[in-house]
Write a protein that binds this ligand. Structure first.
Ligand SMILES: [Zn+2]
Length: 451
């Protein structure tokens, strides 16, 4: 063939969930149209030399909170710098808010401000009064719904009655329920007890949220989901104790999908002790043994996704621990932290990294193979990855509005040098070259989970 292509990416190693191959990519418009061992460079209006680099499908981050220091625009910018091309944001409908109005507002805000394509999860804080909107949410392309099993004192907790009701309604629509799995009432009791006893706030924080109360809630949610015939997604598994119930459920064919995050794989309670409120996240950072078990769970398929839980809040290391908000910036460092610790560290292969951070998230939410891989017909959503670039993670160089990162000073090898979405370069050599207003809203469809 001699027809012209808009773009050829030449000389790179294509790494997808299926493996690694030395091929060139031809891109026309927004899509990959040719993949071949050697595309003639003269056919390209533009040729990008990827010699010595990997070409990865863009990361699909299914766990983000664009309502804190980074809004829907800001989170897309900091994400794009880190190699993310698709996000599924939690649209939180807090008590008193209407679910459908909230989803419509997030969709409109994202279309105006985001530089990356995005989808939405519904987040319900008051199932009793928000459940009636769930069927209409499906009609707008929102098919996954999250509640908290914890944070009772904050009045965020959904009890088992309303969690079961949500699963009932969502299953009838062939959707997915997600839970923050920690036992909220036991956690609150332990908080009261430990503070009464005068324990330091950092020590009390970790002790009041033990691994067994996470595994208990996970097991309870899986059981309720099984009874109601509803697939279940469990974000941010943080503990070795979660893996045994997940493995048992999988062995029995239950439709349960476990996620973890870079922070639970590479940080421990030592960080919480050192930076205090900055590392106040829920579930808490745990132990090196938990890190090791979670890597094993990722490698053996017990855990199927890695996502960021990006939620940067305004706080300082000197703030009162219990007054400080939960959350940390993660989306920009996610891929480089995972590549360095996982691939360079010999914990997982690069194709496995692509599976858990791009392919499987896209598959679960019905975005594959448009997103989550690079095949003929896929969106040209990709990252050119330099596996040799050494750099030091720092708040000073990240693009989040947060003034901190939990990885301050960490030396890593491997960096995104170009991020592209639908054929358009978004970030190149550390510079944002895209404008807001280009994003597409992606309806999700999880009905394949019912096959
Ligand atoms: Zn979260």
């Amino acid at each position: 063939m001699s027809d012209k292509l808009d773009l050829i990416i030449k000389g790179g190693l294509l790494a997808t969930g299926a493996g690694i191959a030395r091929v060139d990519l031809g891109i026309q418009g927004e899509q990959v149209v040719e993949i071949a061992a050697d595309l003639d460079a003269s056919r390209g209006h533009r040729v990008i030399d990827a010699t010595g680099k990997y070409v990865l499908p863009g990361m699909v981050d299914v766990h983000t909170h664009p309502v804190y220091l980074d809004d829907l625009g800001g989170i897309s910018v900091t994400g794009a710098h880190g190699g993310v091309t698709t996000m599924i944001h939690y649209a939180y409908a807090r008590p008193g808010m209407k679910l459908l109005e909230t989803l419509e507002k997030f969709r409109a805000d994202g279309l105006t401000h985001s530089v990356l394509d995005f989808a939405l999860h519904g987040g319900l804080f008051d199932v009793e009064h928000q459940l009636a909107d769930v069927p209409a949410a499906f009609k707008m392309g929102v098919t996954s719904f999250k509640v908290f099993m914890t944070y009772a004192k904050l009045k965020w907790m959904t009890d088992d009655y309303w969690l079961t009701a949500l699963m009932d309604v969502v299953a009838a629509e062939r959707g997915l329920v997600a839970v923050h799995a920690e036992n909220g009432l036991a956690t609150d009791y332990l908080e009261d007890k430990f503070l009464r006893e005068g324990r330091s706030s950092v020590e009390a924080f970790t002790a009041m949220r033990p691994d067994l109360l996470e595994a208990e809630a996970l097991n309870r949610a899986m059981s309720l989901a099984r009874v109601m015939g509803c697939p279940l997604y469990v974000p941010h598994n943080s503990a070795a104790a979660c893996l045994e119930p997940l493995r048992r459920a999988q062995a029995n064919g239950w439709r349960v999908y476990g996620e973890t995050c870079p922070q639970y794989l590479t940080l421990t309670e030592e960080t919480t002790a050192r930076v205090g409120p900055l590392a106040k996240i829920g579930p808490p950072l745990r132990t090196p043994a938990d890190n090791a078990a979670l890597w094993q769970g990722l490698a053996d398929g017990t855990l199927v996704t890695v996502a960021s839980d990006h939620a940067p809040k305004a706080k300082k290391a000197t703030d009162d621990f219990f007054e400080a908000a939960y959350g940390s910036p993660q989306i920009e460092t996610m891929l480089t932290v995972m590549y360095h610790a996982g691939v360079n560290g010999g914990k997982i292969s690069l194709p496995r990294l692509v599976q858990v951070m791009s392919e499987t998230p896209a598959r679960l939410f019905g975005l594959y193979p448009r997103k989550g891989t690079l095949a003929v017909g896929s969106d040209a959503d990709l990252v050119i990855w330099d596996p040799t670039r050494r750099h030091t993670l720092s708040a000073a160089t990240q693009h989040s509005a947060a003034g901190y990162t939990l990885y301050e000073g960490r030396q890593v090898t491997g960096a995104a040098v170009l991020t592209m979405q639908r054929g358009a370069v978004i970030v190149e050599d550390g510079r944002l070259v895209a404008q807001p207003g280009r994003a597409q809203f992606l309806p999700t469809d999880v009905s394949d989970l019912y096959l």
